[in-house]
Ligand binder design. Structure first.
Ligand code: PLP
Length: 370
């Protein structure tokens, strides 16, 4: 059978991820491989660690990138922090909060789900009541930017609840990191993880994660070994810190990509980058509303990086998305879970967050809906 080289078509990635990768990131991935214990590669890892601390706004010693997509960061955080019988409260307002709850159950945790309507933030008052009712909660978890609904859950109230009740706070920042303020230490978050393919604008493949001293203590004091070997943070840390103990063969090219992506974030500057995402996101939302469309997420909590817009009555979801893709080369996302068929999800993340993309999408969608 003849083999051919695959050449992907040109696409503008404006869905819920991946976003478009910066050419410098893609170039970094074409550089020659080094061994995973080569001193020069270890320097790249150290560089990632230092830059991750800056981007995550933390001084946590344990800051690294797990091999795998954002879900690996989630699984590392949950599996390492939850032991059988631990009480866990998860604030859920969309698809990814539910994923955390399922993982915590698989880790043997006694999980309380606190549900909020999809499109609203997690309700801190209800979570606080649930934490108090459960008593002796080890872990409180929320998703900062719920990609399935386009809603932000402000983290600060949950940090207070965790602190006052002796619980650790886990925050999913897969969609927010690099596009919106993420301040792990100032929040008082104990575990924060993310992914590379959203606002960091690298391909999917590794997951930044940081763990506070308090949470690390809990990891080290576990009575039972962590339920995952591959994502055991103590084993991973032994490779990422000066011990350099072999654990897995690092995904070398992805670590190059992460290094370049983080350099780009810091060259742009965090504040400037957040402001760019804010400006473009609000422009898109204003444009969609000006077209007579209805935004799904609650006003005041709409993510600048991911907008959910309701599909107008009588309009066929897949026909519009198909036309956007094939006529205009633009990818947007459909709804997930209970919002399937009801909303479109439009991402403006990382390299994809440009005024040109906002205008392109509004123009194309306007023509298709006419
Ligand atoms: N958490 C959130 C909020 C996400 O949006 C996603 C992916 O879209 C994930 C976790 C899982 O990340 P991945 O698909 O990279 O494994």
């Amino acid at each position: 059978m003849p083999t051919t080289t695959f050449t992907p078509p040109t696409r503008i990635l404006m869905g819920p991820g991946p976003s478009g990768a910066h050419p410098r990131v893609l170039t970094a991935m074409t550089r020659p491989l080094l061994g995973h214990l080569d001193p020069d590669f270890l320097r790249v890892m150290d560089g990632c660690r230092a830059m991750l601390r800056e981007v995550l706004q933390t001084e946590n010693e344990v800051t690294l990138a797990t091999p795998g997509t954002g879900t690996s960061g989630m699984e590392a955080a949950v599996m390492n922090l939850v032991e059988p019988g631990d009480r866990v409260v998860v604030g859920i307002c969309g698809y990814f909060g539910e994923r955390i709850a399922q993982m915590a159950e698989r880790a043997g945790g006694e999980v309380t789900r606190v549900q909020s309507p999809w499109g609203q933030p997690v309700d801190a008052a209800v979570v606080e009541a649930a934490v108090k009712a459960a008593g002796n909660v080890k872990l409180l978890a929320i998703v900062h930017a719920e990609t399935s609904t386009g809603a932000e859950t402000p983290v600060e109230p949950f940090a207070r609840i965790a602190r006052e009740n002796g619980a650790l706070l886990l925050v999913d920042c897969v969609t927010s990191l690099g596009g919106m303020p993420v301040r792990a230490d100032a929040w008082g978050a104990d575990a924060v993880y993310s992914g590379t393919q959203k606002c960091l604008s690298a391909p999917p493949g590794v997951a930044p994660i940081t763990v506070s001293a308090r949470a690390w203590d809990a990891v080290r004091r576990r009575e039972t070994p962590c339920n995952t070997w591959y994502l055991d943070l103590q084993l991973l840390e032994a490779y990422w810190d000066e011990r350099r103990t072999y654990h897995h063969t690092a995904p070398i090219s992805m670590v190059y990509a992460l290094h370049e992506a983080l350099s780009l974030v810091l060259e742009e500057g965090l504040e400037t980058r957040w402001a760019r995402h804010e400006r473009n996101g609000r422009a898109l939302q204003a444009g969609l509303e000006a077209m007579g469309l209805t935004l799904h997420a609650q006003a005041g909590y709409r993510l600048p990086v991911l907008t959910t817009v309701r599909i107008p009555v009588g309009v066929e979801d897949t026909a519009v998305r198909g036309a956007l893709l094939h006529r205009y080369g633009i990818e947007i996302g459909g709804g997930l879970g209970e919002l399937k068929g009801r909303v479109w999800r439009i991402g403006l993340m990382g390299e994809s967050s440009t005024p040109g993309n906002v205008l392109l999408l509004l123009n194309a969608l306007g023509k298709l809906l006419r």
